[in-house]
Design a protein around this ligand. Sequence first.
Ligand code: HEC
Ligand code: HEC
Length: 94
Amino acid sequence: MGLKKRDWLFLALAAAVVALFIGISGEGTTTRVPRDEIHQEFYDLRAAGTKKIEVDALCEACHDGVQIPFPPDHPAKPGASPMRCLFCHKLENE
Ligand code: HEC
Ligand code: HEC
């Protein structure tokens, strides 16, 4: 009988591990920075070794929430400290 209880515990643990993996992989699905004419310069800056935080500061020239609105549930609000865009939105080659 004791073995049965352990089986259930094992299953619960396995389920928790699977759920955790799904949760982690979900974070990897945030839209990547498109490699198009507009955003190519940021790929070039990163390739040249410019720090992410310095490149982040350039995004808000266009992505200020007015010229290009953010989705209503966007986790980072414009103007709220420097926005770490590239922390969440990876380049396509990262
Ligand atoms: C804390 C993480 C985080 C930060 C910081 C962040 N974003 Fe986002 N952003 C998201 C998530 C999550 C979504 C909604 C899911 C998606 O579309 O990828 C999103 C959506 C977007 C979208 C819409 C994408 C689409 O497919 O419609 C744009 C554009 C965008 N963000 C640009 C930016 C810019 C520019 C910055 C920096 C000024 C920024 N984000 C900072 C997490 C973040
Ligand atoms: C010169 C203006 C401009 C700047 C600066 C700019 N973007 Fe954009 N961005 C756009 C426009 C316009 C779009 C929508 C058209 C497109 O997808 O290219 C866009 C779209 C996006 C999207 C959504 C792509 C999608 O598939 O829906 C993301 C993510 C994004 N930008 C991130 C960034 C980040 C991060 C930075 C800073 C490194 C940045 N952008 C700087 C103009 C800009």
